[in-house]
Unconditional design. Structure first.
Lengths: 402, 167
């Protein structure tokens, strides 16, 4: 009898291997995922990362403390100021320096502006990935205004290197304050407009509601932090749990979600932006009550003196020289400091042996830790859902790869 | 800051593990202690599952290299208890040559990439890890770049040498 040789192949499913990335426009960064596809469904995926690894931890072991700030810029480049401030605060914690309240409030303003800039990009991109470009452009205009404020404060726009260890390099000028006040008013209008476009949009909701839901248990198991953890219903926010930079003085809410799906994360990002605006407005009012012109702590041994003093004053010259050469006295110490980054808990684990550079510096990068769930959670998902899931995780390649 | 003091956490640990908890300290208010690789999994499990402590969250795993120590590789765990709002840092010292330590992926899925990163940079073999391969560096790399003997740049280069201040 003739056995049909191919009969067992008839119901065998053919799968396709798909390289999503590393430079696919929908991934918004260098992410590679090798996906095993059954039609439009993902059967399994393997994430490959490290395409823009720049060895920051190794470089940091060879740089004086103040030269590490520009490295932190390049972690999460959508919200560089938060990284900068986190690093400054880590060193200040090690040295035991207390900042004046006014500096704390100035830092809060900058950090919350950065948080808004980060969230608005993420939500804008989510709109683009679901097929609506308009909202992205509305918000992008506002990011430009945030960058103008950065420019007024520190001169840079994207990789800001904002502030110094011990305070700010200069005071916010009047134009900066005007721009911040104007921004808080304009942004409220723009965000409202953006939300009107998306929040109850039928197409947007069909694409996002119920996509990639995550339970709190799973999120904790994968060490998720930040907004995506809060979207699952757990209210962990570093700003509240371990307040830094005088966050305890501010009155704001920590929004939490219920299902942890893409729509929840979207709603939460918008809500956090409203809260950030609230914080900025409070900070502006608080700054007015503080003594004018205070923009750094009185720590001449680590804070660069003004140039006129360097030219005319012996002590200032000595300090200037020591600081620039990285010969600042630091204690032997082991510090862990974390801030609420735009993506989660951004931690700095610093070990000093008293030398000019850290003995070891480790960045706890939220994107790196959050992203590892991406491939497992994509199993059984449609490719188009996996794309918007990636957008809403807000993984930033620079922070992922360090 | 936390609802439970560092002393209470340490007391509870000492009651269960006794001598296995060594060199307790509180640098900048964060409870730190050392243990050995034989006990690390039990201690992590205890901290995670204890009803009162509830260190359910693994913040980070990383390592440090102290070339002059007799046990030069130190693996560092940071745990966090949300309920009590308190953190703890655990250190395990390992030998230089072929260091091995049991994996934490049995307790937290999130330990997977943290351990891969630590393996990638320090060459620590996490026993029982499902997929211990390089993560950030290229696959065919042979060195472990975060060890202190690995130079930042090509040591034969002279154009970047700073003869006055030594770099």
């Amino acid at each position: 009898m003739n056995q049909p040789a191919i009969i067992e192949n008839l119901d065998r499913k053919e799968t396709t291997t798909l390289n999503l990335g590393p430079t696919h426009p929908a991934t918004h960064g260098v992410f590679q995922n090798v996906l095993e596809m059954d039609g439009e469904k993902i059967i399994s995926g393997v994430s490959t990362i490290g395409y823009i690894h720049r060895a920051f931890e190794k470089i940091a072991e060879h740089r004086p403390y103040y030269q590490i700030t520009p490295l932190t810029d390049r972690l999460n480049y959508c919200s560089s100021p938060i990284n900068n401030m986190g690093w400054h605060m880590t060193v200040e914690k090690m040295l035991g320096i207390q900042m004046p309240k006014r500096v704390d409030y100035m830092r809060v303003i900058v950090m919350e502006l950065a948080r808004i800039a980060d969230h608005l990009i993420c939500n804008g991109i989510l709109g683009v990935d679901t097929g609506a470009y308009t909202g992205f452009l509305y918000l992008m205009e506002q990011r430009e205004h945030i960058y103008e404020i950065y420019e007024e404060i520190c001169g840079a726009r994207l990789t800001t290197n904002i502030g110094r260890i011990g305070g700010f390099e200069r005071d916010f000028n009047d134009i900066a304050f005007q721009k911040i006040r104007k921004f808080t008013k304009d942004y409220a209008v723009a965000l409202k407009e953006f939300q009107n476009l998306f929040d109850r949009n039928r197409i947007f909701m069909d694409r996002t509601v119920g996509v990639a839901p995550v339970t709190t248990e799973t999120a904790l198991n994968y060490s998720w932090t930040g907004l995506i953890l809060r979207a699952t219903g757990l209210d962990y926010d570093v700003r509240v749990n371990e307040p830094y930079s005088s966050y305890e003085d501010f009155d704001f809410d920590v929004p939490v979600g219920t299902t942890g799906d893409v729509y929840d994360r979207y709603i939460l990002r918008n809500e956090e932006m409203w809260q950030s605006l609230r914080i900025i407005e409070q900070a502006l009012d608080k700054i007015e009550k503080e003594p004018k012109g205070v923009f750094h702590a009185n720590v001449p041994e680590i804070y660069l003196p003004p140039k006129e003093e360097v030219y005319n004053n012996m002590e200032a010259l000595i300090y200037h020289f020591k600081i620039v050469m990285g010969e600042v006295d630091v204690p032997k110490a082991e510090v862990y400091h974390c801030v609420e980054g735009a993506n989660g808990e951004l931690g700095f684990y610093l070990i000093s042996d008293g030398g000019r550079a850290p003995y070891r510096l480790h960045f706890r990068r939220p994107s790196f830790i959050n992203y590892q769930m991406y491939a497992p959670m994509s199993r059984g998902m449609l490719l188009s859902d996996a794309i918007i899931n990636m957008s809403s995780l807000n993984v930033i390649a620079g922070e992922l790869d360090a | 800051m936390g609802k439970i003091s560092n002393q209470a956490v340490l007391q509870k640990l000492s009651n269960s593990f006794g001598e296995k908890i060594s060199v307790p300290a509180e640098p900048y208010g964060l409870l730190t202690f050392e243990t050995t690789k034989e006990d690390i999994q039990d201690i992590l499990k205890f901290l995670k599952e204890d009803k009162e402590l509830q260190f359910i969250f693994l913040t980070d795993i990383t390592a440090i290299h102290y070339p002059e120590n007799s046990l030069p590789i130190v693996v560092v765990y940071h745990l966090h208890s949300f309920v009590n709002n308190v953190r703890v840092r655990i250190k395990v010292s390992l030998p230089d040559l072929n260091p091995t330590i049991p994996t934490a992926t049995t307790l937290w899925e999130g330990a997977n990439w943290m351990e891969r990163e630590t393996f990638d940079f320090f060459g620590i073999n996490f026993e029982g890890h499902p997929n211990l391969v390089r993560i950030l560096n290229v696959d065919d790399m042979t060195a472990f770049p975060m060890r202190k003997e690995f130079p930042l740049e090509d040591p034969n280069r002279v154009d970047k040498k700073d003869f006055f201040f030594g770099r």
